[in-house]
Design a protein around this ligand. Structure first.
Ligand code: 72C
Length: 375
């Protein structure tokens, strides 16, 4: 049986662990490394599918936890699945809801069977098991789905993390067995283990022995330093097979994306670009720009003078500042559009620098120009 997604390693960058690849899915073949815009509630906030298409988005995210609770996966299934429901014909990936239960839900209780928690919308008691998460993702119909895992706090004790890793591996096994559509939906395993090299190795080996079509590295971007995250990636990525995609969950600033690519990561997601856009903060090639600041009231330059996106070609800082301050929705549409374009363009430049074997020079340029080297 053909796997639902097929990863082809095209080229390794000469001086780093970066890889240029192709990810074939039932909804298209896409280049990696890639950034995936997040559309938690079946929409990338403030963006239409045609705008997402225009800026080059390939795979977007939605979320099991949110869509299960509202509107209900049964409604999405009746609509013909997520692609039809949200009119998006390229790739869709859903997270399993594990992270949301641990970060959103009030009181929760983890047992071998699954996790009991209170629905953050109506306070009702809910239960999410590995089998239930897979059933929801099968019904939602994304091209790529995640196993139910526990994303533990990074600074937990070794014993806690060891127990959690072993349960996450047992949950992954149960999810594989419950998966109804392995020929057109690819289920990824999620590697945990916090900052412990032996536990990351154990988690990766457990999952690789189950032969998933792709692997996520979870439990990161949860408050640890960028140095700690990079250190974990240094020793975790090599435990994963070269011929399968690697997805680093929840990472999306320019510096972290580049440093993840250098360590062999192929796929990234983060709410950052659209989240900060909603309060008027923009990513630019000269660092962050908070466009609602008074100093931009008469600044008729584009958000970013090095950006060729639709927003930067047609609107000024002064106009966007006015819209944001007037709570005009078009304002956050423009900042969201630009921020997503900025990260998707950055990944296109990263892919080019892998082709040209000059990713480290590109990293230097970005860190210098975009202000990441400022101590
Ligand atoms: C921000 N840092 C971060 N996010 C993480 C995620 C969730 C990623 C999902 O949560 C949302 O970002 C908060 C995104 O929007 C939706 C669509 C909900 O999906 C994305 C994780 N998910 C799982 N299952 N396991 C993990 O170990 C894990 C680690 C993460 N670290």
């Amino acid at each position: 049986m053909d796997p639902a997604v097929k990863y082809t390693l095209i080229k390794k960058e000469k001086h780093t662990g970066a890889r240029l690849g192709l990810l074939e899915t039932p909804h298209g073949t896409f280049e990696t490394p890639m950034f995936m815009p997040v559309g938690t509630e079946a929409t990338v906030k403030n963006m239409s599918p045609e705008d997402l298409e225009k800026i080059g988005a390939s795979i977007i995210l939605s979320n099991t936890y949110h869509l299960w609770l509202r509107p209900g996966e049964d409604i999405v299934k009746e609509a013909g699945g997520l692609h039809k429901f949200m009119n998006w014909n390229k790739g869709i990936l859903t997270d399993s809801g594990g992270f949301q239960v641990f970060s959103l839900a009030k009181t929760r209780d983890i047992t071998e069977a699954g996790v009991h928690f209170r629905n953050h919308l109506n306070g009702r008691r809910e239960f999410l098991s590995p089998e239930k998460a897979i059933q929801i993702e099968n019904d939602l119909g994304p091209d790529i789905m995640m196993s139910l895992d526990e994303c533990p706090p990074f600074f937990e004790s070794y014993d806690y993390i060891k127990d959690s890793v072993e349960r996450t591996s047992r949950w992954a096994e149960r999810g594989l067995r419950a998966h109804r559509n392995p020929d057109w939906q690819a289920l990824f395993g999620i590697v945990q283990g916090a900052g412990f090299e032996d536990l990351r190795k154990q988690s990766a080996q457990d999952l690789v022995s189950m032969d998933f079509p792709g692997y996520s590295i979870g439990g990161l971007s949860v408050g640890e330093s960028k140095e700690e995250m990079n250190h974990v990636l240094d020793f975790t990525a090599p435990f994963l097979p070269e011929n399968k995609p690697r997805y680093l969950m929840g990472v999306g600033s320019a510096d972290s994306l580049i440093d993840g690519v250098i360590r062999g990561i192929d796929m990234f997601d983060c709410v950052l670009p659209t989240r900060i856009a909603r309060n008027g903060t923009c990513m630019t090639t000269k660092g962050r720009l908070v466009v609602k600041n008074a100093k931009y009231a008469r600044d008729f330059r584009p958000l970013d003078e090095n950006c060729d996106c639709y927003v930067c070609r047609n609107y000024s800082r002064a106009y966007i500042r006015h819209l944001i301050n007037a709570n005009e929705l078009f304002g956050t549409h423009l900042t969201s559009y630009h921020n997503l374009y900025f990260l998707l363009k950055l990944m296109a430049d990263v892919r080019q620098s892998i082709r040209d074997d000059n990713l480290l020079e590109f990293r230097e340029h970005v860190f210098e120009e975009y202000g990441f080297n400022k101590k």
